[in-house]
Design a protein around this ligand. Structure first.
Ligand code: GKR
Ligand code: MG
Length: 430
C-alpha cells in the first residue's frame, strides 16, 4: 500500500518580468526571481509553494530538502527541528543591515534563512495535509474569519521602460508626477477594485512624493492611504512630511531608518507607525515592546516570519501588546498570493487591507492563469489544500527565463547605477 510519507522535494527557480519600479534602494531589475517548491509523497500527492529565488535561498533549500525524506506531511514540528539542524542559525538581525540596499526587502536577508526555509516547506506540507484531509488550508489554520481578503493598490513611481530594454515596455507607462500617479491609481483600481492605496516613496524628493499623495487623497476621497519611504527620510523630513499629510494617512510606514529613528518620529507624530523593516523577528518585536511600542502596526510576511502558523503566533503577540497587524509583499506570483489569502483569512486580528505587488506582474505559474480580484479582494479558496495547482508549461517557461536572465540576486542599487553612475543608495537620502 502506498503511504503519504514524503519522498521527494523539487525546487524550481523561476524569473518573470518586473517593471522599472523606483524605491529607496534604486530601481527594480527587469526580472524578479522566485522559487517554486514541490513536495511529493510516496502516494503521488504533490504539495506546492512559492518563495524567494535568489541564489543563497536556493542553496539553503537544497541543503535542507533531505531533512524531509520519509516525514509525514503532518509532521510540521519535526520538519522545523530537522531544518533548523541543517540550516545555519542567524548571526545578525535584519536591523543590523540598515543602510544596505537589501534592508528594504527583509526576505533577502541571511538572518532569515531558517525562518524562510521552514516557511517554504511548511506551506507545501499544509497543501499536502489539505489534500489528504479534503480541507482548504484556511481550515487547517482554524477556519476562515472572513470569506474574502482585501488587498490595497500598491503604487510606485516608475520609468516608462527598463534602461536595458530587454522586452517591450509595460503598459503602465511613466509615473513621476502627481498626475501620472493618479492615472496609475485609476488604472489599477479600475482593474482590481482596490479600496485602499499604498504609495511606495523614498525615491523622489519628498515634497514631490507628498504632493502625489495629496493628489491621490483628492482623487480618491475616503480611501485609506499609506506612504512607505523604506526608511529613506531623516526624522526631521519624516515629521515635516507627515505634517503636510495631516488628516490623510491611515498609517505611516517606515518613514525613518531604524527603531530609534521610528521612535523619534513616533514621539512627535499622531499617525500610527507601521513597519516591515524594524520589527521583522521576535527579537525586534521584543525591543519595540521594551521601548514602549513606537511601532504600532507590524506588517507581517509569512515568507520570512517562519510560515503561516508562525504568523498566527505573531498575531497573538500583536494582540497582547495592543499592536495592529497587516501584510507586507515583495514581487510574487499566485501561489504566494493564495497562501497569503488563506493566512489572512485565518487571522481575525489582521484588520487592514494587505499589500501585494501582484498587479505589477503579468505572468502566472498557476493553472487557470491570473487570480481574479473582486472589489480589491480575493475569495478564500474552499477546495482542498491551497486550492491551486501548477501550470507545467508556464513553470517550464518561467524556469527558462531564469536560466537566461542572468540575475541571481536582487540588486536594485546596481540597476540604478546603470541610470545614474553617481547613485550611492546611501540612506536616509532625504
Ligand atoms: O519591491 O520595491 C519594492 C518594495 O520596496 C519592497 O522591496 C519592500 O520590501 O514592498 C516592500 C515594503 O513594503 O517595504
Ligand atoms: Mg514597507
Amino acid at each position: 500500500m502506498s503511504s503519504h510519507a514524503i519522498r521527494h522535494v523539487r525546487v524550481t527557480p523561476i524569473a518573470f518580468r518586473d517593471p522599472p519600479l523606483l524605491n529607496a534602494a534604486g530601481i527594480h531589475e527587469p526580472w524578479a526571481l522566485r522559487s517554486i517548491i514541490e513536495i511529493e509523497t510516496d502516494s503521488g500527492l504533490v504539495g506546492i509553494n512559492e518563495s524567494y529565488g535568489d541564489l543563497p535561498m536556493l542553496e539553503s533549500l537544497a541543503r535542507a530538502a533531505p531533512a524531509l525524506a520519509g516525514l509525514s506531511p503532518w509532521a510540521l514540528n519535526d520538519m522545523e527541528t530537522r531544518v533548523a539542524a541543517l540550516v545555519t542559525p542567524p548571526a545578525q538581525t535584519a536591523s543590523e543591515f540598515l543602510g544596505q540596499q537589501v534592508s528594504l526587502a527583509p526576505g533577502t536577508h541571511v538572518s532569515k534563512t531558517m525562518a524562510k526555509v521552514i516557511s517554504a516547506f511548511e506551506v507545501a506540507m499544509l497543501d499536502l495535509q489539505g489534500q489528504m484531509a479534503g480541507a482548504p488550508v484556511v481550515d487547517l489554520l482554524g477556519g476562515a474569519a472572513r470569506a474574502s481578503v482585501p488587498f490595497s493598490a500598491y503604487l510606485f513611481f516608475k520609468y516608462a521602460e527598463h534602461i536595458d530594454k530587454p522586452y517591450a515596455p509595460d503598459p503602465w507607462g511613466e509615473a513621476l508626477t502627481p498626475e501620472q500617479l493618479v492615472a496609475q491609481a485609476r488604472r489599477m483600481i479600475g482593474e482590481y477594485g482596490f479600496q485602499s492605496i499604498k504609495l511606495k516613496a523614498g525615491a523622489l524628493p519628498p515634497a514631490q512624493e507628498a504632493a502625489a499623495l495629496l493628489a491621490l487623497a483628492q482623487a480618491f476621497p475616503g480611501a485609506p492611504l499609506r506612504i512607505d519611504p523604506n526608511g529613506n527620510w531623516s526624522v526631521a523630513t519624516s515629521l515635516a512630511i507627515v505634517e503636510q499629510l495631516r488628516g490623510v494617512l491611515e498609517y505611516y510606514e517606515d518613514p525613518a531608518p531604524g527603531l530609534d529613528g521610528m521612535a523619534a518620529v513616533a514621539r512627535a507624530c499622531e499617525v500610527p507607525l507601521a513597519t516591515n523593516m524594524v520589527v521583522t523577528d521576535l527579537a525586534e518585536f521584543r525591543r519595540n515592546a521594551e521601548m514602549g511600542c513606537p511601532v504600532k502596526i507590524v506588517l507581517s510576511d509569512h515568507h520570512y516570519w517562519g510560515g503561516l502558523r508562525a504568523t498566527q503566533r505573531l498575531s497573538l503577540m500583536c494582540q497582547t501588546f495592543g499592536l495592529g497587524l497587516s501584510m507586507h509583499s515583495n514581487s510574487h506570483l499566485g501561489v504566494s498570493l493564495t497562501a497569503m489569502t488563506h493566512l489572512a483569512a485565518s487571522v481575525p486580528h489582521l484588520s487592514y487591507a494587505c499589500d501585494t505587488h501582484y498587479p505589477w506582474q503579468d505572468d502566472e505559474v498557476i493553472a487557470g492563469g491570473r487570480l481574479r480580484f473582486e472589489r480589491g479582494s480575493l475569495r478564500v479558496p474552499t477546495t482542498p489544500g491551497l486550492g491551486v495547482t501548477l501550470d507545467r508549461d508556464a513553470l517550464a517557461r518561467l524556469h527558462d527565463n531564469y536560466l537566461h536572465c542572468g540575475i541571481r540576486h536582487r540588486d536594485d542599487l546596481a540597476q540604478m547605477r546603470k541610470y545614474d553612475p553617481t547613485f550611492t543608495g546611501q540612506q536616509p537620502r532625504f
